[in-house]
Design a protein around this ligand. Structure first.
Ligand SMILES: [Mg+2]
Length: 395
């Protein structure tokens, strides 16, 4: 049965019994079976994102933490950063990637917990296992986030909203943790939606509302638009999606390079990316924050060599190889740069060691004090596939 657009609200908030918005039947109808002339809007994509994942696991495993500000992250004296803060701590202005020392200045009473990655990883496996019961196409983005394509699903009478609701309930029952879900017709909108009503949210952006939703969206909330691009957008007078829409793809390419055409698509509420089924991670790497800032080139190169070596070994153990390398350098003023290079052939250890030095010199540090160095290898593939042409592309 075709669903008719009902209310005036551009977005349907479906609370989890918390009275956050429209009733379940209205939500169910929203992404029932809509026909938009075979365009990409007839897909049904769900984005699932666990709420304050690491911190929530800690709260679950230690009930005395309930109601208290919790920070999961590295030690301040080792210049650690916040991996996740719970919602109580966030009220004090603590957020992830903030240096722990700053976080504790914002919220001195916070309880600091060292990450237990093994535990988070095993909870993640449980969650991904649940997701795979609801869709064949599941694309994990990290331990606590994934896209699902449920376009052809017959579950829940084909209602993506009801599938999302069922997934949330299943996750809650199995792990005693809450997830937020976004439901829409592409990845960009589904991901944006899941972030809108956290925690324990369920937000639907139906095809009829995608374009108008995007128009009112602040430019900083667009997928892939970071602080620097946001500032540049503001200089061009772009504050919301409606402003972005005034620019053609050509103009945006002129201002932002090849990514400009992507922005033009987003401005129209479009995102053609498929949900890529993949159990393998897309990148592997490591990084290190120094206890004291470093300026010595030889020392930094030694650290990078070790990181490259360790990363290649990890990949080789899984019979994987990589065709891109990224180095990350964070300076003492917290400014961070990355340099990436892609190769036509997978990197072996010798080539990777050569290339990391080239990338490092490209960064042109000129004796600047460095607080963090990292290496990531991406465009990962199976060694056995390495000879075959590449059929997929990284986001
Ligand atoms: Mg999350």
């Amino acid at each position: 049965m075709l669903a008719k657009k009902g209310g005036q609200s551009p977005i349907l908030f479906c609370g989890n019994g918390g009275g956050k918005g429209l009733s379940a039947p209205a939500c169910e109808a929203a992404l029932g079976d809509m026909d938009f002339g075979g365009k990409l809007v007839d897909r049904k994509i769900i984005h699932i994102d666990m709420d304050a994942f690491y911190a929530s696991v800690e709260e679950r495993d230690n009930p005395t933490l309930k109601g208290k500000p919790v920070i999961v992250g590295g030690q301040p004296e080792k210049r650690g950063v916040v991996a996740t803060a719970n919602y109580v701590a966030r009220k004090f202005g603590v957020h992830s990637a903030m240096p722990t020392v700053t976080a504790l200045r914002h919220c001195p009473q916070a309880i600091l917990i060292t990450p237990r990655m093994d535990v988070y990883r095993s909870v993640s496996e449980e969650i991904m296992g649940i997701l795979r019961r609801y869709a064949q196409a599941v694309e994990p983005l990290s331990l606590d986030e994934a896209y699902l394509d449920v376009s052809g699903s017959s579950l829940c009478s084909g209602s993506a909203t009801q599938i999302a609701r069922a997934i949330k309930a299943d996750i809650a029952k199995t792990t005693r943790l809450t997830a937020s879900a976004g439901v829409s017709y592409n990845k960009f909108l589904a991901k944006t939606a899941s972030g809108m009503n956290k925690p324990d949210g369920l937000t639907v952006i139906p095809p009829t509302e995608g374009a108008s939703f995007v128009q009112q969206l602040p430019i900083g909330k667009f997928y892939g638009i970071g602080k620097a691009t946001e500032a540049k957008m503001r200089q061009l007078g772009v504050i919301t999606g409606a402003d972005l829409l005034k620019f053609s793809a050509r103009e945006l390419t002129f201002y932002f390079g090849s990514i400009g055409s992507w922005y033009a698509m987003l401005a129209r509420g479009e995102d053609p990316r498929e949900v890529v089924i993949s159990r393998e991670r897309k990148s592997q790497g490591c990084e290190m924050t120094f206890a004291q800032d470093v300026t010595d080139r030889d020392f930094m190169l030694k650290v990078l060599y070790e990181q490259v070596h360790a990363t290649i070994l990890k990949l080789e153990k899984k019979q994987l190889c990589a065709k891109s390398m990224t180095i990350k350098i964070k300076y003492d003023n917290f400014k961070q740069i990355t340099r990436t290079k892609s190769f036509s052939e997978p990197l072996n250890l010798t080539a990777a060691l050569e290339q990391v030095e080239i990338l490092f010199d490209k960064a042109d540090n000129h004796g600047k004090a460095v607080r963090l160095l990292g290496v990531t290898l991406s465009h990962i593939q199976k060694q056995s596939d390495a000879k075959q042409p590449e059929l997929w592309r990284e986001d």
